[in-house]
Write a protein that binds this ligand. Structure first.
Ligand code: HEC
Length: 238
């Protein structure tokens, strides 16, 4: 009976979380690296700009790039609380930097907490130092060179994987073997590179489909989609 209750409330709580995160995340992918925001929810940062628009980024790593270019244009800055998963005011958050917990797009994680006590509890177990948003940003900017090298290594196998997956999902039936053009557009043309000039556009086209191509929504998992997208991206004409 008790067990049933716990399971029930777990389902309720996770349902609630899913609901709130989907609501806040009408945007599916990070505009800079095209990673799925729901998958990396715990490290997302949401910036509201002076024109009132609001954009989510997978991590402080990607958000720091926007900060460097448009610092004065950023108003509200929300970040996910690593513990509660709720979006909180980043300017008041406590960032646990460099613990042994995994970050997103970085070897040195910078995880946000609304409560200093909770941040300290995590620090006790996982190490790291506690700082402010500014400290997190500074580390993200300083460490970018190393992070990019790590990411490059991590994604090195992705195009080969994506190439295989695209075959498995029948893309080459229309786009030609390897995407070199058949009945449908060659992924290595200037025309394609011009219209598909960022990876989110490619993901949207694949999932949503086009006039002549049925969308893959519900047929491709996010990891498959990501690998295929990276393959398609590497095929673009330079
Ligand atoms: C039934 C044939 C068919 C299949 C299968 C197919 N495509 Fe397409 N695709 C097309 C056509 C035709 C276009 C040209 C765009 C248009 O005019 O609709 C296209 C366009 C695209 C575009 C560019 C959209 C744009 O607006 O320029 C991308 C990206 C793409 N396909 C990727 C894929 C991937 C990845 C797969 C497999 C997961 C795939 N396609 C499977 C026919 C197909």
């Amino acid at each position: 009976m008790r067990k049933g209750l716990i399971v029930c409330s777990l389902i309720l709580v996770s349902g609630l979380f899913l609901f709130t995160s989907v609501q806040a995340g009408e945007q599916k992918w990070c505009p800079l690296c095209s990673m799925n925001l729901k998958m990396f929810w715990k490290t997302t940062n949401w910036l509201t700009f002076s024109d009132g628009s609001r954009t989510g980024y997978c991590s402080i790593h990607c958000a720091s790039k926007v900060y460097q270019k448009r610092a004065t244009d950023i108003g509200r800055w929300e970040v996910a609380d690593y513990d509660t998963k709720r979006l909180i005011n980043a300017y008041k958050a406590h960032f646990l930097i460099g613990s042994d917990l995994a970050g997103t797009m970085t070897a040195v994680s910078k995880l946000a907490f609304a409560s200093l006590d909770v941040a300290k509890r995590y620090q006790k177990e996982h190490g790291g130092t506690i700082g402010t948003l500014d400290d997190g940003l500074r580390r993200a900017i300083e460490g970018r060179g190393e992070d990019m090298a790590m990411i490059k290594k991590k994604v090195a196998k992705m195009p080969a994987m994506g190439k295989k997956l695209a075959g498995k999902h029948g893309c080459y039936k229309c786009h030609g073997e390897g995407g070199t053009g058949g009945a449908a557009i060659d992924w290595n043309t200037k025309e394609f590179a011009k219209s598909m000039d960022n990876r989110v556009k490619i993901k949207k086209a694949i999932m949503g489909g086009t006039e002549k191509m049925e969308g893959y929504e519900g047929k491709l998992g996010e990891k498959e989609l990501h690998a295929i997208t990276i393959y398609v991206w590497t095929q673009r004409a330079k």
